[in-house]
Design a protein around this ligand. Structure first.
Ligand code: NAD
Length: 313
């Protein structure tokens, strides 16, 4: 049993991770400002009265120091996780994604935590034509968000090299699953498609629908974080967390239509700035370093996600 902090623990990934950590018997503290995260995502707190929730902002160093006090592992998920929002307001997203990450690392170093596990992003690769994307490729960020995630990774690496703080960056590739918000202007494609189909509305595709992603079900990400926590020695590495399979948006929509028995046709709109055309991960380094292997494929993941959204209706 360990004492752990999950920043961004009221968000989609953080709340799924916090629940899994509680199930494993760990003492969990969540630090979240509830800007995009929701209280209902932490509904499992009734089952786990030991769960501590701190409503603070990671831009505040003192708040980070208080939240990290007494913890052994930090899962840093808090961020403004939207490419489009970072293009509209790079300063605000920089303050959270870079400034907040630096605060978490400073507080973790001061507290002498055993490890910081950082939520990075496949967006750091940008639109490099080589597929699959592997960790030794140069990064080529196409948006402030991607650049900020890359800076976060580099800070994690430096904190290991300069101060001996054990860190690892998990480069998530298009994660989906229960609790992902479908209702924001900035929501990801899968919850938006499911929401539209359930309401009988036409889903919107930006571009021609041939762009593809390595869609990864949340259970794989939770598993990767647990493996990163228990791995022996880590040295500030970055590893891809994905399925190693590529699905186009048109294919994705067809699978969802089949699951839901829908005949809706999509509306096509102009493609968005900052979006990459194709994304696919090489996941061999994750296997080598933390023994990561995806266990839930896209079709099963989509079925589970649809069931979750149907239960919410
Ligand atoms: N969802 C994906 O496909 C994906 C892909 C790559 C990387 N990531 C990364 O994973 C992490 C979690 O993403 P998510 O999809 O769960 O997003 P999310 O928006 O659901 O969760 C982010 C959480 O951080 C909190 N937060 C934001 N600003 C904060 C601040 N200043 N102080 C404290 N808390 C703050 C939000 O309230 C929210 O609960 C992010 O770091 C994101 O960059 C996600």
């Amino acid at each position: 049993m360990s004492r752990v902090l999950v920043t961004g623990g009221a968000g989609f990934i953080g709340s799924n991770l916090a629940e899994a950590l509680l199930k494993k018997g760990h003492l969990v503290r969540v630090l979240d400002d509830f800007s995009t995260g929701k209280r209902e995502n932490l509904i499992f707190n009734k089952k786990y009265p030991s769960l501590e929730i701190i409503e603070e902002d990671i831009r505040d160093l003192v708040a980070c120091q208080k939240a990290i006090k007494g913890t052994e592992y930090v899962f840093h998920q808090a961020a403004l996780p939207s490419v489009q929002r970072s293009i509209e307001d790079p300063e605000a997203s920089n303050a959270i994604n870079v400034g907040g990450t630096l605060n978490i690392l400073l507080a973790a170093r001061e507290e002498g935590v055993k490890r910081v596990i950082y939520a990075s992003s496949s967006s750091i690769y940008g639109d490099t034509p080589t597929l699959p994307k592997h960790e030794e490729m140069p990064s080529n960020p196409l948006s402030p968000y991607a650049l900020q995630k890359y800076i976060g990774e580099q800070y994690c690496r430096l904190f290991y090299q300069l101060y001996g703080l054990d860190t690892i960056s998990l480069r998530y590739f298009n994660i989906f699953g229960p609790k992902q918000d479908p209702n924001s202007l900035y929501s990801a494609v899968i919850p938006k498609f499911i929401d539209a189909l359930l309401r009988g509305h036409p889903p919107i595709i930006f571009g021609d629908g041939e762009q593809s992603r390595d869609f990864t079900y949340i259970e794989n990400v939770v598993q990767a974080n647990l493996l990163a926590m228990s791995a022996e020695h880590l040295h500030g590495e970055a590893i891809n967390i994905a399925c190693g399979k590529r699905t186009s948006l048109s294919q994705l929509l067809n699978v969802l239509k089949k699951i839901l028995g829908s005949k809706q046709s999509p509306i096509y709109q102009e493609s968005r700035k900052g979006d990459v055309k194709h994304s696919l991960a090489d996941i061999r380094k994750g296997k080598e370093i933390i023994n990561y292997e995806p266990t839930v494929g896209i079709e099963i993941g989509l079925k589970k996600t649809v069931e979750f959204f149907q239960r919410q209706q």
